[in-house]
Design a protein around this ligand. Structure first.
Ligand SMILES: C[S@@+](CC[C@H](N)C(=O)[O-])C[C@H]1O[C@@H](n2cnc3c(N)ncnc32)[C@H](O)[C@@H]1O
Length: 323
């Protein structure tokens, strides 16, 4: 690799920006629109420094052609992802999950005499979302918990985020929306931080998974509920509309999963694979349906601005004390 003279990193040219942005899109689905060139440049500056490179185009060639680029790819994904999250984020959705979706799943499974629940947090970031799912699940199953076989698969493309999720140690800021009863029942203080209790932590199986990896995603089968929240928003516009991930889920055999999207993702209209008539659709929870997805187009160079319609009204939340 080239030696970079001290402080001589060259600015990212428009041509290199397009090469890098299309490469990142092809590998991950994450899309940097033209107005985010400065952001991409800033996020990759450290990667140039670590690899002792003076030019962004050299970095592109390293990613694209170096036989040992696999490790750098993981570092690239750590750099280009946005991992913002918190416990009990979007309380109306959590409430719908707790009061409608999970009880429905439990009733259906009991009728089938199949005491097995599988949930998936796709794009779980640092773990707050899957652990929130685990807390709610423990509350819903209550004393009956031991009679159920429960697993929450939590996946992300960022290894750095997954490392934090594995540590399961959180700041006050991550817990800012957690109702007090839940904080006392499901977290153990550790210095100035809070550790999630083991009986919730043990429900969660953290995995590295790139949602752009069709082959791997098709192997993800048998989930009762999929949370995919604030992930598609970073994908190219046509992917947000087509919800390619959810289309793949159907093709991969998921027949009856309930999928949950974030507020911003719904503002552009629910994806065609999701049935907006499901009872919890107002809280962003939709049942997958069988309409065929339209084929994804090429990367959009000048994306159409998403609709700015405001989201649905939010119901009040009643936090329940832990069992
Ligand atoms: C803003 S966070 C959302 C976390 C959580 N779902 C929530 O709503 O609080 C988005 C997460 O999606 C992950 N992500 C983005 N593209 C991905 C991909 N292609 N495969 C897997 N995860 C991806 C990012 O690494 C990031 O952790």
């Amino acid at each position: 690799m080239d030696e970079a003279p001290a402080g001589a990193t060259r600015n990212m040219t428009d041509e290199t920006f397009i090469l890098l942005r299309d490469f990142i899109y092809e590998q991950s689905g994450i899309y940097f629109a033209d107005n985010r060139k400065g952001q991409l440049e800033a996020r990759l500056a450290l990667r140039l420094k670590v690899n002792n490179l003076s030019d962004y185009d050299k970095y592109y060639y390293l990613l694209k052609y170096d036989p040992n680029s696999a490790r750098e790819m993981r570092a690239l994904f750590d750099s280009v992802t946005t991992n913002e999250t918190s416990f009990f984020r979007s309380l109306p959705q959590i409430q719908a999950f707790q009061e409608k979706v999970l009880p429905e799943v439990v009733t259906r499974k009991e009728k089938l005499n199949e005491r097995r629940i599988r949930l998936w947090s796709a794009g779980c970031s640092t773990g707050e979302e899957p652990y929130t799912m685990g807390i709610v699940l423990r509350q819903v199953l209550n004393d009956d918990s031991a009679a159920w076989d429960v697993k929450i698969v939590a996946s992300d493309i960022s290894e750095k985020a997954l490392r934090s999720a594995r540590a399961a140690l959180y700041s006050d800021y991550s817990l800012r929306s957690v109702p007090p009863g839940i904080k006392q029942g499901f977290f153990v203080p550790e210095g100035s931080s809070h550790r999630i209790v083991d009986h919730v932590r043990n429900l969660v199986d953290l995995q590295y998974l790139n949602l752009n990896d069709t082959r791997r995603v098709q192997l993800m089968k048998g989930f009762d509920v999929i949370f995919c929240r604030n992930v598609l928003i970073y994908f190219a516009p046509e992917r947000v509309v087509d919800a390619d991930l959810l289309g793949r889920q159907r093709r991969g055999g998921v027949q009856d999963a309930l999928a949950r999207l974030g507020d911003a993702e719904q503002r552009g209209g629910h994806p065609p694979q999701l049935d907006a008539r499901a009872p919890s659709a107002a809280a962003g929870i939709h049942r997958t349906c069988s309409r065929a997805p339209s084929p994804p187009g090429p990367p959009a160079r000048s994306p159409t601005p998403r609709s700015t319609r405001s989201s649905m009204p939010r119901p009040a939340v009643t936090a329940k004390a832990p069992a």
